[in-house]
Design a protein around this ligand. Sequence first.
Ligand SMILES: Cc1cc2nc3c(=O)[nH]c(=O)nc-3n(C[C@H](O)[C@H](O)[C@H](O)COP(=O)(O)OP(=O)(O)OC[C@H]3O[C@@H](n4cnc5c(N)ncnc54)[C@H](O)[C@@H]3O)c2cc1C
Length: 348
Amino acid sequence: MIGGGIVGASIAWHLTAAGAAVTLIAEKPSGVATPNSFAWINASWGNPHEYFALRSRSMREWTRLSDAVPDLSLSWQGGICWDLPEHDLLAYAKEHASWGYDIRRIDRDEIAALEPALCDIPPFALHVREEGVAEPVAAVTALVADAGRRGMEVIDGVAVTGLRSGNSGMDVVLADGRTLNARQVVLAAGAGTAALAATLGIDIPLETPPGLLVHSRPIPKLLNGLLLAPELHLRQTAEGRLVAGTDFGGLDPGADPQGAAEGLFAAVRRFVKNGAALEMEAFTIGYRPTPRDGFPVVGPVDGIDHLYLAVTHSGITLAPALGLFAAKEILEKRPEQLLAPYRLARFG
Ligand SMILES: Cc1cc2nc3c(=O)[nH]c(=O)nc-3n(C[C@H](O)[C@H](O)[C@H](O)COP(=O)(O)OP(=O)(O)OC[C@H]3O[C@@H](n4cnc5c(N)ncnc54)[C@H](O)[C@@H]3O)c2cc1C
């Protein structure tokens, strides 16, 4: 298993829990994109039904996973969304309600009752009770720790420099000079996936757009759930920090990340009551591993034995389903229908 972010950790956990002997190799324990994620678990607007189906299945799989893994730091706090023009917001509600999403229109009074700290209450919004958050570092730590208790080995702080395919498995070449042989390699190295796949001659069209989020110093509980407004997306972490981006994917930091962060934090101060008292603790810039068409790349690769790929944006939402399905596909050789649209072969 190469990759110790949320996607790699989840696949490694599911393989280990199913009885496989797993070694997890991660240059950066807890991941690269993962610790810098907004970490909203959702099946929200803007996607075709088949992708909605995968995302909403994964939302349910988070609940299963949190029953199996201690300290996963999962919160089904719900989200209030009004980040679209009125016509689009209503179309989103209608479409997703017909798909079974637990979405409903709420008016100004209900918004104010749900989130009394909001300064400007919109006339109406949509409430999705079933959306949530997994605190990303806590979730990865919990998955790796639990898999470790079940026998998984971890090699961290070392980069993989290349992969070599052979008859009896795959050689994994490490930067410290070691070469390990694996019967099966799962490559879930986030933004590093394309470079490692290229050592096998595989081309993964992967983009890595930056996303800047601002983080306040911890404050007592202010928000009850996620807020998805036109000007920013905001949530409060389990430790009490407010985290915001111009949207969940983060602001483009441009040439002046400090200035961009200060501008964004000023918007957070205006957004909530007594916001002037908020202090910015830090800003983060994460690079979202995003296949060119915006959808996951998951599964075996035609013509290359002993290799399984898993790279995606929305990895926080998708990690439990990808972990479950990848383990089944690898161990039982049974293709999962929900993953059928997301094979690398679609890029030709
Ligand atoms: C600003 C931002 C906001 C986001 N918001 C959301 C959101 O609200 N909801 C959501 O679902 N998703 C969100 N995402 C996306 C989500 O965070 C990512 O899809 C997910 O974290 C990817 O996880 P990963 O495990 O694939 O990769 P990473 O977390 O990047 O982990 C990659 C792992 O591979 C290892 N690695 C890479 N190359 C090598 C190598 N050569 N040798 C050894 N190890 C290697 C790294 O060290 C690391 O351990 C957001 C992302 C960002 C940046």
